[in-house]
Design a protein around this ligand. Sequence first.
Ligand code: SF4
Ligand code: SF4
Length: 195
Amino acid sequence: MSESISSVQEIGTDELPVIEPDPSFMKQMLEMGSPQISPCFQCLKCSSGCPLGFAMDHLPHQIIRMVQMGLKHEVLASSAIWLCASCETCVTRCPNGVELPRVMDALRQIAVREGVRPAEEEIAKFHDSFMDEIRCSGRVHEMSLIGRYKRRTRQWFQDAGLGARMFLRGRLGFLPEKVKDRDKVRSILRKGGAR
Ligand code: SF4
Ligand code: SF4
């Protein structure tokens, strides 16, 4: 015990990270479509079942706690919000019905809107490409999506062999299909807070 006290004294308070909670963060989250997270009692069932937890810097239950504490900067800079695959495993395991994928959605949207540098840049580029595709066609055409993503990442030939095989097996449609009322789709996106 005395050893840990002396090591803190040696570090000095000047070198400890400054954490500035944002009390309005939860209000902003709700405006961006996040569900209420107050029922969470930190049982960890979401994190113990999350298939992407091994790669995240903060586990799903920790993200919830950080949002509750108003740690906006730390949450928006985390890799977890970009790695979440919206698989809903956590939702089915949560005893309180906390909809974590919607929490992650709201966090991604706030991060994009506020220009926070994403911890997972390639996933963020895929996210932007996906949203552009929805705005343009009202739905996703895989070939166009791949084109948008490649233009952003400039990794032209990564996965080229896999793409060719999928195309030959008819898994990638050649011509895009657009929904008729694309303005309505754009208006839904705007109402949902998407940039
Ligand atoms: S499973 Fe639900 S209640 Fe438990 S920590 Fe996760 S979000 Fe909170
Ligand atoms: S929805 Fe996201 S946080 Fe929940 S289990 Fe799937 S990857 Fe993990």
